[in-house]
Design a protein around this ligand. Structure first.
Ligand code: DON
Length: 563
């Protein structure tokens, strides 16, 4: 105890007096031919094996996607959705949107009672919260269009991991057991995520035979192995037995969409990121555009002026998100205006020494709360220079917590990302409006921000994060750390972060992120200090002098693997 107190004190003193805060970050992992960084070491190794066999970054990313469904079940998935940003070595850029969709029978007020009260237990829990899964269709689409290998070969490693099992390490056992009580509620989940009702322990062999069977059906039959036949029957039976509304038609009609990426500049760099139905890219670009007007050489990293300036920029971007962002197939999102340099300059000009209260940016009559979330990001680059940045999610940690009986995978609870009632915050405290209201077949708005940055036509950074509403702010800060403050990629990922999302009007921060005097100064400027919590888990690759530098986030338990 005394030692702990002493070491905390020591760290505190170190931070106060040492200007090079992150000198202790380990060196990034180096590779000349390929790099995979994901939230699971086993999954990163799968990706590297595919690269070593001659696969390209898309082959590896798809293999990692399926492997994460086995080795990182809190967020890796086949029962959810995601976004993949691709930049090929010839400069071609594209994105695959395999975000879940609202079922055909969904309607605007499905999560409200007759008096109009929001019912988060329906949008966040159980099969009522599930959107139509997109991951399998999206990964297969990416592979068929941009990969070089056969589906069965990229799924094979995931099948083996599920069938033969793997040893649970301390962190994964702990993560599964954190949700133990929920898993006990559903027999299909209890079967997979407990040992006959007892919690798993570190060192146990974790075998998932049902999931292996499902993966084999996908390997043999492609998307039909999931959206039709036995697996589809099992999904529908599980969903409907618990009052959910997904039908066979919903599954059969699910298709991913290939969309143009959002492309913008930040100083001498090009930013390639995900557009709607993710809000992440717009928020990132809008904020970077505002901050492009700042001379960071005159702002000390971590100082109150630095945090104040970024906070003000974030307030504008998040207020616009709440008003304007939704599925572009249903709502006309004013992307050009939101991402224009001119608009950013106008917003920048409104930033002063004094914090603008959130309700003076846009009307705010909402409250806001947060819950523990889960999503996962992975970054891949191959020896040819093809780069892939993918973020995927089942929303909450272990999604709806409901495993599809006999099929061995978890259903998402993504419907909560819709704005179930105007002004009512979802589990990330995010509010929305008309743009993100529930409609049949619509995709719920996301914050995921898979991003690739290039300079002089060469990739220099592949980055992304989980963390719900904190995703774009985490990605933003890693980019600033790397580009503007010259940190190496591991330092940039490790550095403590802060977050503001307009509503609630508060700055959340990580342990050691805001020193006492910085907090005091921020309060003097009118900022409100919020909660200490972990913000994001970034998995990043930097490319310097043709060397790939991988950095996994110490907030998680993933791995960068290179060769
Ligand atoms: O798409 C989104 O924005 C959310 N469903 C992401 C959830 C998430 O990042 C939770 N992660 N920690």
């Amino acid at each position: 105890m005394l030692t702990q107190t002493f070491s905390k004190l020591f760290l505190f003193i170190l931070i106060l007096f040492n200007s090079n805060l992150f000198a202790e970050a380990p060196d990034p992992v180096r590779g000349k031919n390929g790099m995979v960084v994901s939230a699971s070491k086993l999954a990163s190794e799968v990706g590297i094996e595919i690269l070593k066999k001659g696969g390209n970054a898309i082959d590896a990313a798809v293999a990692v996607g399926f492997a994460l469904a086995v080795t990182y079940p809190s967020a890796g998935n086949i029962g959810g959705g995601g976004f993949m940003v691709i930049r090929l070595n010839d400069g071609t850029t594209t994105t695959i949107d395999y975000r879940e969709k609202a079922p055909f029978n969904a309607h605007e007020k499905m999560y409200q009672d007759s008096a109009g009260n929001f019912l988060p237990q329906l949008s966040q829990e159980g099969t009522t919260s599930a959107g139509v899964p997109g991951s399998v269709a999206g990964l297969i689409y990416a592979l068929e269009k941009y990969g070089t290998m056969k589906l069965k070969d990229v799924i094979e490693p995931a099948i083996k991991l599920a069938e033969k099992g793997f040893i649970l390490d301390y962190r994964l056992a702990q993560s599964i057991n954190y949700n133990y009580q929920d898993f006990l509620k559903y027999p299909s989940s209890k079967k997979i995520f407990t040992k006959d009702g007892q919690p798993f322990v570190e060192g146990d062999l974790f075998v998932q035979k049902d999931l292996a069977k499902t993966l084999k059906l996908i390997a043999e039959n492609g998307r039909d192995g999931f959206y039709k036949g036995d697996v589809a029957d099992k999904i529908i039976s599980q969903v409907q037995s618990l009052g959910g509304i997904i039908t066979h038609q919903d599954l059969g009609n699910y298709f991913p969409v290939e969309r143009k990426p959002l492309i913008s500049s930040y100083k001498r760099f090009e930013v390639i990121t995900m557009g709607p139905p993710s809000a992440g890219g717009v928020t990132l670009i809008q904020t970077l555009n505002i901050l492009e007007n700042v001379s960071f050489s005159r702002l000390d990293w971590g100082s109150s002026n630095y945090i104040h300036t970024i906070t003000e920029a974030l307030k504008f971007s998040f207020a616009d998100r709440a008003k304007h962002l939704g599925d572009p197939d249903f709502y006309d999102v004013p992307i050009d205006k939101l991402t224009s340099k001119k608009y950013a300059k106008e917003l920048f000009n409104r930033i002063s020494e004094r914090a603008i209260p959130s309700d003076q940016i846009a009307p705010t009559d909402f409250s806001s709360t947060f819950e523990s979330p889960e999503t996962t990001h992975y970054s891949v680059i191959d020896k040819f220079g093809n780069a892939v940045s993918t973020t995927t999610t089942i929303n909450s940690s272990y999604g709806s917590k409901i495993v599809v009986e006999g099929a061995g995978f978890l259903l998402n609870n993504e419907m909560d990302d819709f704005s179930s009632k105007p002004g009512e915050p979802n589990q990330f405290g995010l509010v929305g409006s008309e743009a993100n209201k529930i409609e049949p077949g619509k995709r719920m708005l996301s914050s995921m921000t898979p991003t690739i940055i290039t300079k002089e036509n060469k990739p220099v950074l592949i980055v992304g994060s989980p963390g719900g509403s904190t995703i774009p702010t985490a990605v933003l800060q890693v980019i600033l750390n790397y580009i503007d403050f010259g940190m190496d990629i591991q330092e940039a990922v490790n550095a403590p972060r802060f977050h503001h999302q307009w509503i609630p009007d508060q700055i959340d921060y990580e342990a050691l992120g805001l020193t006492r005097d910085v907090m005091d100064n921020l309060q003097t400027k009118g900022q409100i200090i919020g909660t200490e919590r972990t913000l994001g888990r970034v998995e990043a690759i930097a490319i310097e002098n043709n060397i790939y530098l991988g950095a996994t986030d110490p907030r998680g338990f993933g791995a960068a693997v290179g060769y």
